[in-house]
Design a binder for this molecule. Structure first.
Ligand code: MG
Length: 384
């Protein structure tokens, strides 16, 4: 069997590094055709020297010379600049693309890879959040070539394998609730950057950790689930499950439910996405059911988590609303991390952006780009 050529976009991030950790064990199955990083050229060089991809993309060219000096082999190409990620998706030689880019920048790579009929393991939420409508029209998408890496959607896919989608009655998407699940509205007013960056269960990047604390992350995941499984937004129900052991539940029309469970560890969904529909051997940790476990569930309070409420509304509205939601949120989170705005201002910036900005016709990726840029400019002017 010839090896599958795997390109990893965003290889120095949390998903990328965990994927490479797994891939050390699977050099007989995968050949790494490309690795990419935005800034972290030192780690990128270490990864490249270990896996020897033909193509390396370093988006920020500031440390170009130093980066090239750190390489111990000669790749076929080293690309720099923001456009090179898209260029690679358009013309690179790969069979499977692991898209773990952060933010809307990742959409174009997913789009082009699917257009070329390639498989995409998707860890970039924005691809579907912003561009779900466009992606869902591509043949490769309809043939199931877009495979989720996110733990919740991986859980849904695993529960749905072997089932008919018409038989779904609802999907329960679980949420840890983040560090502020028990905070009052008053306490939310005083949340600091430092406290928001501490997630109780999952170890992730800064943007997604903040999104997780505001529950915007769950909102984005509801939009993703809508597209992944072709469901009405009302059929996707968020529920707080603080232990993060059940990663989601699918309820069927006959009253039966299937849940996927395991310790919170992204390596499980990463591995499943890379080898789907097969399962392969890997020493991931499992639950020891001889221990006493408490599995709790509680409803989500949309009043205390306005970001989630806005996301659900945007999901229902469709069109440009999810793109505006996403861009405004990215800017608001960035500004919160820079301590320019308060924690509770994140939702205000998103809400004002959704009320103010309107798109024309969702004709293609360019229309999304325009709305994305317009929203970012606008969201940056608010609460100054
Ligand atoms: Mg998730």
């Amino acid at each position: 069997m010839s090896k599958e050529k795997l390109a990893i976009l965003g290889s120095t991030g949390s998903i990328g590094t965990q994927a490479l950790e797994i891939l050390k064990e699977y050099s007989d199955r995968f050949e790494i055709s490309a690795l990419s990083a935005f800034n972290n050229y030192r780690l990128l060089a270490i990864q490249a020297n270990r896996f020897k991809p033909e193509t390396i993309v370093l988006v920020n060219p500031d440390h170009r010379t130093e980066f090239e000096r750190l390489l111990s082999y000669k790749p076929s190409e080293i690309l720099f600049g923001k456009e090179s990620l898209e260029d690679y998706a358009v013309s690179g030689e790969y069979d499977l693309l692991l898209n773990s880019l952060v933010g809307f920048a990742g959409f174009m790579s997913t789009y082009h890879a699917l257009k070329r009929d390639k498989k995409v393991a998707l860890a970039n939420k924005e691809s579907l959040v912003v561009g779900g409508e466009l992606l869902s029209k591509i043949d490769a998408f309809k043939q199931g070539k877009l495979i989720p890496v996110d733990s919740e959607h991986s859980a849904m896919l695993q529960c749905l394998t072997g089932e008919n989608h018409q038989d779904i009655s609802r999907i329960i998407i679980t949420a840890s609730g983040g560090p502020f699940k028990d905070y009052t509205l008053k306490q939310m007013e005083t949340v600091t950057v430092e406290s928001a960056l501490k997630h109780p269960n999952w170890n992730m990047g800064a943007k997604i950790t903040i999104d997780s604390s505001t529950m915007m992350n769950k909102g984005l995941e509801i939009i993703e689930a809508k597209w992944f499984f072709g469901l009405d937004v009302d059929k996707i129900v968020p529920v707080i499950h603080p232990q993060s052991i059940i990663h989601s539940i699918v309820e069927f029309i006959d009253g039966s439910s299937k849940a996927q469970m395991g310790p919170p560890d992204m390596k499980v969904p990463i591995l499943y996405a890379l080898t789907y529909p097969e399962r392969v051997d890997y020493p991931n940790e499992t639950l020891d059911y001889r221990n006493r476990y408490q599995l709790e569930f509680s409803p989500v309070d949309l009043l205390r988590f306005p970001c989630l409420k806005l996301a659900i509304e945007a999901a229902k509205e469709g069109g440009f609303a999810p793109a505006i939601l996403n861009a405004a949120n990215e800017i608001a989170v960035e500004r919160f991390l820079k301590k320019e705005i308060r924690y509770i201002d994140i939702a205000k910036i998103i809400e004002t952006s959704l009320e103010t900005i309107a798109g024309d016709k969702l004709s293609g990726p360019e229309a999304l780009l325009t709305i994305d840029e317009e929203t970012r400019r606008f969201a940056n002017t608010l609460l100054k």
